[in-house]
Design a protein around this ligand. Sequence first.
Ligand code: SAM
Length: 390
Amino acid sequence: MRIDVISIFPDYFAPLDLSLIGKARESGLLDLRVHDLRGWAHDRHRTVDDSPAGGGAGMVLRPEPWGEAFDELDVEGAELNRSVVVFPSPSGVPFTQDLAADLATRARLVVGCGRYEGIDQRVIDHVAGRAEVLEVSLGDYVLNGGEVAAMAMIEAVVRLLPGFMGNPDSVVEESHADGLLEYPVYTRPRTWRGLDIPDVLTSGDHGAITRWRQDQALRRTARRRPDLIHPSRVDADEELRLVQPADAGELLTLQRACWVQEQQANPDVDIPALSETLHDVEEWLREWVVLVLRRGGRLVGAARGRTHGTSWDVGRLMVAPDLQGLGLGRRLLAEIEACAPPEVTTYELYTGAGSAENIRMYQRAGYRLSGWGDAGEVPGAVRLTKRRRD
Ligand SMILES: C[S@@+](CC[C@H](N)C(=O)[O-])C[C@H]1O[C@@H](n2cnc3c(N)ncnc32)[C@H](O)[C@@H]1O
């Protein structure tokens, strides 16, 4: 692969001589050429910027040096469809592992690094008429220039080139490779400062290790990046996802259907889930992390969670009455627990003191009775708590 980088700070790219990228350059796997934009400026001071048209703060990179740079570097290139011009930009499309994998299949990348307030828009529009152009953002924050973003992108792309990694499996098993974050990793010693490697990893049972890793990857992803959990990760006709405002009406109906039996088991208790209005539901949807489960399009389950100090308050765990007893409640409980942020040390929930079936289900899931809601918290309810263990 050939990569041309254009920047007013070519020295920024010195680290790309080091480590595995340096080796890839030495071996010829990567032909990386860094160009100083000022080399295409012709005045005495090698000026490349000017004040913004229309006024405002800062400076903008002028178009002429860029035009000459792209002419000289022949951006059209011989490898039609296999070369891309990338402009790092905070208003670009997000840089993802999928995009890195796509770029790694190209024969040539040209990267134009902006500075100041950015590059005159006509440069990007003009190049777009000559080659495939991508404006790409490293993340939702603003850097001083495109150099750091370009280095991150180059590293992510080049490590995917066939022959770059000694063991090609290392890039297959990583975070984002299959749409999930990677499971936690450990090495020797087996015990360090009183902390053990999880037993399963030293069991020699490869099937169990694979299952543990898949489970950990899912939990970590659900907790840290629920946006990455794709509906296809649950059964074919099921969709587990974060709630959307449009779910409120069905959620209200489902919770009424689910809490009717609770009222029978706890006749003297005032159960909010039965008296809430649509407006009330819409209100709490804004304050809680809420997961909903749909089967064949129908909303059949939900659970909510939110932090309270170092606890994760779990609530409104509901499964449609005709689907109870199939393990959906346990699954929803595990998923909502997995959404708790890292600082959480305990899961906490309330259920009716007369709801023997529910209490047993929570106990099977590792919860212990830890208090009576009559102590002023939730009259007629019991508190159950569970220590976090991952
Ligand atoms: C200070 S920034 C310009 C920000 C621009 N005025 C705006 O508000 O979108 C200067 C240059 O840094 C680079 N840059 C800044 N943030 C970036 C990000 N999140 N991803 C990629 N490039 C970024 C771009 O090349 C940009 O032209």
